[in-house]
Design a binder for this molecule. Structure first.
Ligand code: UDX
Length: 447
């Protein structure tokens, strides 16, 4: 009989994973402790903006017209235990309040609720990003709590999906990594991922700690790459060089590669910042803190970018106070094609200028509701054109494709002064300068 799959936690990761598992042909039951989320998902609606996710959800959610009916949602742990052969734990692991370490409370409570329901053989698969050593601890806890005893087994299968590409990354992963304790666990996971494996996705089998470390080290590497190019941007600015050309030129070296070398206001979001901090905290606990002191520098280069953007804006409005100045901010999300504003560099910059007395007006194609919730005191406009009306300076802080298509002439008519600060190195300087704008970007020559 085909495997029956449950997905615990239906945020970005879980909602996407549940829909993708149904798309791969499995019967799927998703659980969340927030009833409103379950209501929405059961009606075929996604609680966040993620391209393509609502389409595959609607294709499979039971009860919707024309759906396969393979995907259902519940808030009942009992139902989850009775239904599943393989249980994916996809709850979030945020940064602890006031500390670098990772908050494991959602993972722990998911295991405490799930394990007592496991009365028959089952594989529990952790997907959340956790400090190394967690899987070993949770595996022991599972054995203690599950009525099925050792027939209820744990595996760790980190997730590498990027927001904005979550569906594609889940259905066609560039690798599948599984930390397993037995051949049975490996066999079950090969069955789950038979589709992507047949398509050629590499399947890497490892032990628990390595699987956990793969995730945190991959994110640390990406964060380091971004901070590296941002450090080069600082030097370029001091030496009158051009970091965009520099990135292009070093990227031709295949060992370096072109990707993740876009200088700007740096990385944010729900993963990279908190993952590198949790990794440092965990290394400290293990007595290996020296190995990761460079991540402290990666973090501080990244945070410095936001301050630098504020200073460029200050310079643009005369070099003194922001009081009485109008600042337009294009972009609120931490990256384009997402409505996620968690640790967003764009909103952070907008907030800093607002706190210093500037009148800030923000526009974002998808992130307005989330931005308003987080920063209710900022000004918001319904369009980019409205946001820039009368502005003394315009800040381009999230590289949505629609911002690249803005007409510099039309915007030029609306602003108070034609000054564009490109915090993402994504606009074409020639086009903006030709339309009479002063265009400045991070790590690039002034004129
Ligand atoms: C990241 C990892 O890429 C993914 O594998 C992991 O599963 C979760 O964390 P995500 O948070 O969706 O994914 O965003 P990502 O595309 O990695 O971008 C992170 C941040 O870096 C964004 O704020 C983005 O704007 C910034 N970035 C990215 C740069 O500043 N420069 C770049 O060259 C690339």
């Amino acid at each position: 009989m085909a495997l029956r799959i449950t997905v615990i936690g239906t945020g970005y990761l879980g909602a996407t994973h549940a829909a993708a598992m149904a798309e791969l042909g499995f019967e799927v039951l998703g659980l969340d402790v927030v009833p409103e989320k379950i209501e929405m998902l059961s009606a075929g609606r996604v609680p966040m903006y993620e391209p393509g996710l609502e389409e595959i959800l609607r294709k499979h959610v039971a009860g919707l017209e024309g759906s396969t009916g393979r995907l259902r949602f519940t808030t009942s742990w009992e139902e989850i235990g009775a239904f599943g052969d393989v249980h994916f734990v996809c709850v979030n692991t945020p940064q602890k309040h006031g500390e670098y370490a990772c908050d494991m409370s959602y993972v722990d409570s998911a295991f405490e609720s799930l394990a007592p329901q496991l009365t028959r053989p089952a594989l529990v698969v952790g997907k959340s990003t956790v400090p190394v050593g967690s899987a070993a601890r949770l595996s022991a806890r599972l054995a203690e709590l599950a009525p099925a005893g050792t027939d209820a087994e744990l595996a760790w299968n980190p997730e590498f999906l990027r927001e904005g590409f979550a569906v594609k990354d889940t259905l066609h992963p560039d690798r599948i990594v599984v930390g397993v304790g037995s051949e049975r666990a490996e066999k079950l996971l090969r069955e789950v991922y038979a589709g992507p494996i047949a398509e050629g996705s590499p399947f890497v089998v490892t032990d628990f700690p390595t699987a956990e470390l793969v995730k945190t080290s991959a994110n640390s590497f990406l964060a380091t790459k971004i901070s590296f190019i941002n450090a080069m941007a600082e030097v370029c600015e001091a030496a009158d060089g051009d970091v965009v050309k520099l990135a292009e030129a070093i990227g031709h070296d295949e060992r370096i590669g072109k990707k993740f070398l876009r200088a700007g206001i740096g990385f944010g979001g729900g993963c990279l910042p908190k993952d590198i901090r949790a990794f440092m905290a965990r290394a400290g606990e293990l007595g290996a803190d020296q190995a990761l002191t460079f991540l402290r520098e990666v973090d501080s280069i990244n945070m410095r970018r936001r301050g630098h953007m504020v200073e460029l804006a200050r310079e643009a409005v005369g070099g003194g106070s922001f009081l009485g100045t109008r600042v337009a901010v294009l972009g609120a999300t931490f990256k384009p094609d997402s409505d996620d504003v968690r640790d967003s560099p764009a909103l952070n910059v907008a907030g800093q200028i607002h706190l210093q007395g500037g009148q800030v007006t923000v526009f974002d194609p998808k992130g307005m509701d989330n931005a308003r919730q987080l920063f209710p005191t900022l000004g918001y406009a319904d369009t980019a054109l409205d946001a820039v009306r009368g502005a003394d300076v315009v800040l381009h802080l999230t590289e949505w494709s629609e911002f690249r298509e803005l007409d510099p002439a039309a915007l030029g008519e609306a602003v108070g002064r034609r000054i564009m600060l490109d915090g993402r190195n994504a606009l074409d300087p020639v086009v903006w300068r030709e339309a009479g704008w002063t265009y400045r970007a991070m790590g690039r020559p002034k004129a």
